[in-house]
Design a protein around this ligand. Structure first.
Ligand SMILES: Nc1ncnc2c1ncn2[C@@H]1O[C@H](COP(=O)(O)OP(=O)(O)OP(=O)(O)O)[C@@H](O)[C@H]1O
Length: 631
């Protein structure tokens, strides 16, 4: 053992476990590694490294050191401290570690200050009050730089030509400000823009008009459309095709333009070019993409390293257009890029930009008094999917505003056609009823088309895999009931009618994590796996499938980018689950298109709706300081 290791506060992981509740081995070993590499050594520094590693695992880009001011972490949970984030089942009481006041914390980290010349060699970086693993600090700085370069790069477009393009795209006159029209005009002279909005606000519809507008500016541009998952890419393709078809019927846009809009979106991985067994992609700074416009949908699911890698691969003048809903759950990995780029509640253009949009759209926009001006961002505010007084849209708004009591009243008042509270019956009875109504009919379907159309209409959504209301138990309850009803006649692992979800990307068979399929007997009685493809279905032998699991119930995280006519949202029995948050509930709720049933207790609902997902990151601060200084 070398001398630096011998002064560790805990010589072994076992020793650390005796003191720190819920400490993870990965945090301990990373902290040891960082400790060995730091010039100064103290117990405080070691515990800061532990906290940094834990926060990295939780998806934060950095550790906000101010949040540790006089806090005790890793202490065994006692009565009334249900929300301790580091809580796990207590075995014996452990004291945890108490951090000192903020100033002491900062001075113990001074060797890592970004301004310090020694810090170039360090594995960690302190900037302002954020402590980063250097790798993530670099991603964040690089991404902010790429965005700032593009914000300085406004294109000189002809105002009267743009106005005539806008006029041909939006023939219908509107008295109020039309934010779809505004978003399109706004993006026409920018190399970086975001169109953000809740479910069904017309993001895809709007961006299809934007693509038509860009093609009217230059008919020869190359456009790439991508999404973070195969499923989201498939939905983007379908929505674009449906928008193009409706424009064809309306005869508002020239067919020759509409025919140039691509009809197929791919995954981000595909666009960047996956290299087998490597985290790197074929396209990067030295091998840029050959494209003029990149459109990315469902950006809330894109993590910080991936977003940086996309920007690295973009040619300098290529336009990048982001679509998404910043209120949804952030990516499962590090960062919350979309939420960081859209922290303002409303559209707030600069005077110059407002002037450009007003001239090109022939509208009068409201005064934008908020600071800073943010020209790249337009919010769509009107949901075209949910009626103003429909339950799904209303409860989604209340949840994301953390309106605990009003949302609970709306949920339980039982007078809304779109919304049903089902938390007043036992879970097993509820699952039995849902299975009977939605899953048993799949087993009577005589064709794969019929079976699939039933499967995609409904899904049970849950926050977690384990526990009574976790994915594993619910899938088992459904299967047991289907077996009792003789729907499943031969209960082996693979059976006719089993819905499955792929849990691993496999480029060879073109199946990706999150793809949904159905095991079904073909005409010769052979059990095959079917997946939607184009207008039909592709059959593939079960032996060729990458790993997969049963999918009567799905975790909310996995449903991002998907929608179902009917959804049953089943929340856990206890509010102590640290995954519960308003963003999780909002994401679950907004997967439902027509009808939503929610199973939960009042206390769990209150805990979930009052908790906000907050990811530590310095991206917004970087952008704020750029936007404030550049106007
Ligand atoms: N201006 C409009 N006029 C008529 N129909 C519209 C308009 N805008 C959107 N729609 C329709 O509203 C529905 C939702 O639009 P769209 O799919 O573009 O929304 P989105 O914000 O992309 O939704 P998602 O939540 O699926 O991401 C679609 O059926 C679309 O055709």
């Amino acid at each position: 053992m070398n001398s630096s290791m011998s002064c560790l506060p805990y010589q072994t992981f076992y020793q650390a476990e005796q003191v720190l509740e819920g400490i993870q081995a990965i945090d301990y070993y990373l902290a040891c590694n960082l400790y060995e590499n730091s010039q100064n050594k103290s117990s405080l520094l070691f515990h800061l490294y532990l906290a940094l590693s834990a926060s990295q695992r939780d998806g934060h880009s950095c550790l906000d050191v101010s949040a540790l001011n006089e806090q005790t972490l890793w202490q065994t949970k006692t009565e009334g401290t249900e929300n301790n984030r580091y809580y796990q089942e207590p075995v014996e009481e452990k004291p945890g570690y108490s951090f000192p006041v903020f100033d002491t914390l900062l001075s113990s980290l001074s060797e890592f200050e970004v301004a310090s010349k020694d810090c170039k060699e360090q594995l960690i970086v302190l900037e302002h009050q954020n402590l980063y693993l250097r790798r993530y600090w670099q991603f964040e700085v690089e991404l902010a730089n790429y965005i700032e370069q593009r914000l300085l790069q406004t294109e000189a477009v002809d105002v009267s030509q743009t106005a005539s393009i806008i006029q041909s795209l939006f023939s219908e006159a509107n008295e109020d400000v039309d934010w779809q029209l505004t978003g399109v005009a706004n993006a026409l002279n920018k190399t970086f823009s975001i169109i953000a909005g809740g479910p069904g606000t017309g993001k895809t519809y709007t961006v299809t008009k934007l693509l038509a507008g860009l093609l009217m500016q230059n008919a020869n541009i190359r456009i790439d459309m991508v999404a973070p998952t195969g499923k989201a890419a498939q939905r983007l393709s379908e929505s674009i095709v449906s928008a193009v078809n409706s424009f064809k019927q309306q005869q508002v846009i020239d067919d020759s333009i509409l025919e140039k809009i691509p009809t197929t979106a791919s995954t981000i991985h595909r666009l960047l070019g996956v290299i087998k067994n490597s985290p790197n992609f074929r396209h990067h700074q030295q091998n840029k993409l050959n494209t003029d416009v990149v459109l990315i949908d469902e950006v809330s699911m894109v993590d910080l390293p991936m977003m940086t890698r996309i920007f690295r691969a973009l040619p300098k003048d290529c336009k990048i257009i982001l679509l998404g809903d910043g209120d949804q759950l952030p990516s499962v990995a590090t960062g919350s890029v979309l939420a960081d780029l859209t922290p303002w509640p409303d559209t707030q253009y600069s005077a110059t930009n407002k002037d450009f949009v007003e001239k090109t759209t022939n509208q009068t926009l409201p005064d934008f008094d908020s600071s800073p001006s943010v020209d790249y961002l337009t919010y769509l505010t009107l949901s075209r999917r949910f009626s103003g007084d429909g339950g799904i849209g209303r409860i989604a708004k209340l949840v994301i505003a953390s309106e605990t009591e009003p949302s609970w009243s709306l949920l339980t008042e039982k007078s809304n056609q779109e919304l049903d509270f089902i938390g007043d019956k036992p879970l097993t009875e509820t699952i039995k009823r849902l299975t009977e109504q939605f899953y048993a009919p799949i087993f009577s379907a005589s064709t794969i088309e019929q079976a699939f159309s039933l499967l995609v209409k409904f899904r049970i959504l849950v926050p977690t895999r384990i526990g009574e209301s976790g994915l594993e138990n619910i899938n088992e309850l459904v299967e047991n009931y289907l077996t009792k009803q003789h729907c499943i006649t031969n209960k082996q692992e693979n059976y006719h009618g089993r819905p499955i979800m792929i849990s691993q990307n496999h480029y060879g068979v073109n199946l990706f994590n999150g793809d949904i399929g159905l095991l079904f007997k073909d005409n010769s009685g052979r059990l095959m796996a079917y997946f939607p493809e184009g207008d039909g279905y592709r059959a593939i032998s079960i032996a060729r499938l990458p790993s997969f699991e049963t999918v009567y119930a799905m975790t909310i995280h996995k449903t991002q980018g998907s929608e179902f006519e009917n959804v049953a949202l089943i929340l856990p029995e206890s509010g102590a689950n640290r995954l519960l948050s308003r963003e999780l509930i909002y994401t679950g709720i907004t997967r439902a298109k027509k009808h939503l049933q929610i199973f939960c207790s009042k206390s769990v609902w209150q805990t979930a709706v009052s908790q906000k997902v907050s990811r530590a990151s310095g991206l917004t601060t970087r952008l704020m300081s750029f936007l404030t200084s550049s106007h």
